[in-house]
Write a protein that binds this ligand. Sequence first.
Ligand code: TPP
Ligand code: MG
Length: 595
Amino acid sequence: MGHFLCRQACSATRNEPMTEQMTGAQALVRALEQVGVDTVFGIPGGAILPAYDPLYDSAKVRHVLVRHEQGAGHAAQGYAQATGKVGVCMATSGPGATNLVTPISDAYMDSVPMVAITGQVVSSAIGTDAFQEADISGITMPITKHNFLITDPEDIPRTIMEAFHIASTGRPGPVLVDISKDALTSTMNFQWPPVMRLPGYRPVTRPHSKQIREAAKLIIEAKRPVLYVGGGVHRAGASAELLEFAELMNIPVVTTLMARGTFPDSHPQHMGMPGMHGSVSAVGALQKSDLLIALGVRFDDRVTGQLSTFAPHAKVIHADIDPAEISKNRYADVPIVGDCKEVLTDLLTAVRGDGRKGDYTEWWKALNAYKQTYPLGYDNFEDGSLAPQYVMERLSELVGPDAIYTAGVGQHQMWAAQFIGYENPGTFINSGGAGTMGFALPAAMGAKMGRPDSVVWAIDGDGCFQMTNQELATCTIEGVPIKVAIINNGNLGMIRQWQRLFYNERYSNSDLQTAQRIPDFVKLAEAYGCVGLRCERPEDVDATIQKAMEINDVPVVIDFVVHQDAMVWPMVAAGTSNDDIQFARDMAPVWDGED
Ligand SMILES: Cc1ncc(C[n+]2csc(CCOP(=O)(O)OP(=O)(O)O)c2C)c(N)n1
Ligand SMILES: [Mg+2]
């Protein structure tokens, strides 16, 4: 991501700095062009309106008019994750800006490079409860990597450059630029390139050689090492180095929800996804390990389960570009601050230099036994209704690993993580940290706009879909032919699952009544100018997917009507130990040495 900015900045470097008189609004658009922005998702309003006027003339920046600012934010996230560039969204002051809060917080949790630009009321009115005033920089202070309030137009070009630099370097994240209306309308001197003023912002990317040596020593001496791989490895673009290192050392790999595809699912060393709905083999590998090589991970509670019993026998090497992550949840015996690509490259050199390799014969025997004894599975229903997991398996088979998949949040998200085979980094885009319902559809739109040649499928829940489906209008009008697979179980399924397991089957407010076709998703799709398809029986799944694959001029929505009682297994109940994982209700694996 760093290259993106450098390339833009360098291309703007001339002998004479460019100086020109213009309005702050014109300067904003010019600065966006200079840093290489080609797509902005947003909705205009009073305070940001001055910026929309020069935007109308820009030949370089395409503005996509969304139907809700939340859609703009998630589209920017999808765009960023599909392209590796910074995603950009724009909104007006007050309610426009507050509608961006959810995607900003989502981007913060998942380290997505994003710049959000908001209009603010005129500077003389700030703090007076003026019409459509909200203190958006105050509101987003804890959920942005950095944020700015601009009231002087002269600050606009420099701040835009800084915002893109901060968003895309170090640990990526969202940056908010709030600009008062008078700063947009006043005249200023535009100079490019500006000089950034970011004293103290110097992310460390090169790992310390002493830490690398320590890590290499532990790895060579370990008996049961595991590579615990998170989203940071993908953000660093380090999949090739990961594969090389894992194969050289013959170490098993688990990929978190944010790292699906960073290591190929089909690889014999892949143990699966760890965590609350992870595979027994991945969870078992972590629990029985004597050394976690944790790369770009956060030791999130959804992965560790009860922290005090997580991987109890393991020493920890923890590499992350953000020093604040290290030893935050779990003590790191060998902390390494650095970019995962550089960490893996240096580790490769260190272990090659040493020449020794660990003997993991016993370890692999145990791991392969976990894999064979407890593969992912599911039940089909005797009444001939559709199992959602079967839909995922067929999508995986027919659509394949070259497509980009996005997901909402809930059971369908977990099934998409479990039953679709990912082979390529960045092909599963979902809301991991925040768990934001409504993420899938606008994120798919953004991903498709960033990578128009890729096939993009949104795997959505019937609940999630009802939160952001209005962006289908945007997709149809802007010519963004995404495909949406609604896993329609008629319920807030993940809520229903918890109520079934932990609340005595008291299904309080989780029945969406979608089974009565309110709304009718096929008609809704058609109302938005999309093709709507419905599939209710296993025997129709392949033909329906194939039909959707043949339509490439308009968005396609498939209403997969599935059984309401399908459950996500395995499961580690919240707050309990990973050792108590169940692969089906009241069914626990038998670990070595147990009866
Ligand atoms: C914005 C938001 N509100 C509430 C939740 C809590 N929540 C998590 S999963 C879920 C159910 C999602 O239902 P649906 O989209 O139908 O997916 P399913 O679990 O049925 O596959 C809810 C309400 C959330 N994650 N996000
Ligand atoms: Mg549902």
